[in-house]
Write a protein that binds this ligand. Structure first.
Ligand SMILES: NC(=O)c1ccc[n+]([C@@H]2O[C@H](COP(=O)([O-])OP(=O)(O)OC[C@H]3O[C@@H](n4cnc5c(N)ncnc54)[C@H](OP(=O)(O)O)[C@@H]3O)[C@@H](O)[C@H]2O)c1
Length: 137
């Protein structure tokens, strides 16, 4: 692969719920769709690069660091420089919202699972991320 492939994989509730109190809003729900979604996340990101803000990376379980490259990204970093570091790799931009606000124009594939969750949230998915255009240099 000659360029960096930039992707997003995330899960949302019925109206775009993404997060609650620093966790997934449905965390701990033993229902099949929730359990399967987490398993699918780890399967799809295996061997690849996962970049996200400090809170999101802070909630990634230890085992996940064994079979994927995981790095925290910060607002002080230029997205172009960050992505250049992973030339030739598949990079998943893992959020949260301020990260997707900035990296959305670079994402060429969105994998969004809509889960049967209808409760509260303090972080929300923005559909406009999926059509965000790259700024002209
Ligand atoms: N449902 C899902 O699939 C999913 C996925 C991801 C996260 N979440 C949820 O979202 C919540 C966490 O997200 P969060 O936004 O609160 O915290 P976060 O993951 O730490 O992400 C936001 C932070 O990323 C940093 N950042 C890195 N690059 C940036 C850039 N270019 N521009 C702006 N900020 C940048 C900023 O921190 P600095 O300014 O300190 O660098 C910013 O405050 C949790 O509830 C989590 O469960 C859900």
């Amino acid at each position: 692969m000659s360029h960096t492939v930039v992707r997003c994989i995330c899960a949302i509730g019925q109206s775009g719920q993404l997060g609650l109190n620093g966790h997934l809003p449905w965390e701990g729900n033993p229902g099949r769709p929730f359990v399967e979604d987490v398993a699918r996340f780890f399967e799809i990101t295996k061997g690849h690069v996962l970049l996200a803000g400090p809170k999101t990376i802070g909630s990634v379980p230890k085992f996940a660091f064994e079979d994927r490259t995981i790095d925290v990204i910060r607002s002080s970093m230029r997205p172009e420089d960050v992505l250049k570091k992973y030339h030739g790799r598949v990079v998943f931009i893992g959020g949260g919202p301020p990260v997707w606000d900035v990296y959305a124009p670079f994402i060429e594939h969105w994998d969004v699972t809509k889960l049967p969750y209808d409760g509260p949230a303090d972080r929300w998915f923005k559909p406009e991320w999926m059509v965000a255009a790259k700024k002209k240099p």
